[in-house]
Design a protein around this ligand. Sequence first.
Ligand code: A3P
Length: 286
Amino acid sequence: MSDGFMWFEGIPFPVVDYTPEHLRAVRESFVFKDEDVLTVSFPKSGTNWLIEMLCLIYSKGDPTWVQSVPIWERSPWLENTHGYNTLKDKDGPRLITSHLPIHLFPKSVFKSKTKVIYLIRNPRDILVSGYFFWIISNFVKKPESLEQYFEWFIQGNVAFGSWFDHTRGWMSMREKENFLIVSYEELKQDTRSTVQKICRFLGKKLEPEELNSLLKYSSFQVMKENKMSNYTLLRGWLLDGESGSLMRKGICGDWKNYFTVAQAEAFDKIFQEKMADLPQELFPWE
Ligand code: A3P
């Protein structure tokens, strides 16, 4: 019987659209192409924001695509069956999204020139964002309290496993030239420059008015109103019928409104223990 997760090789996955057979098939047989662009993140890092920006880079700021096609069709999720089926028959440069930890990833990506963007965010904010999202969702185990979710997160018993392992695993790619790390924090602090950095990595150039349009249509307020991007199309099925939305607050540092002093100290200690050997400039939050 399901405990609210679909477990695969010790990692909890959502129960809808994920199966062990499928995850095995993805790892063994999905073939990346050099022209693909892959977004990888731990859930609640701001993935959909980055996808929206990538779509607007590829449409040169024209909002037609982001306003007419659901976000999960524009940059499908490799690891769920719907996304995989959409991707495998797609021609041309594909935008692909994944939350998979690196050890479950198709090996073909490491042999290809696929451009990989790894999006990171302060795990404290990821924790808070995840808590508020999963309690309005119907496809992963629901926590009863933030206190309980805090424990699950530390133990890696949340969707897609341990943030610490996920981040360490993908960060090992950081010296490769087809790998770019982008943080939610830098996107918030200077969206324009960060989009320009992403464009340089992708070999794309936007005219000033195209960039302005991208910034407008990927802003929190506009995405919040865009039913193709805010997940309200999933209301009544995967998300709560009344309040289900991806767009919560869209800010940095919200964890300070929720963590107790003891939780903040415990998190600092665990972060130090698990991440101290990585260059700390990789983590641009205080
Ligand atoms: P909060 O819950 O902290 O508000 P993901 O897409 O990986 O599931 O991440 C969701 C988080 O990204 C949510 O964070 C959501 O509000 C935030 N987000 C989505 N679009 C955004 C935007 N345009 N600007 C800033 N934050 C955004």
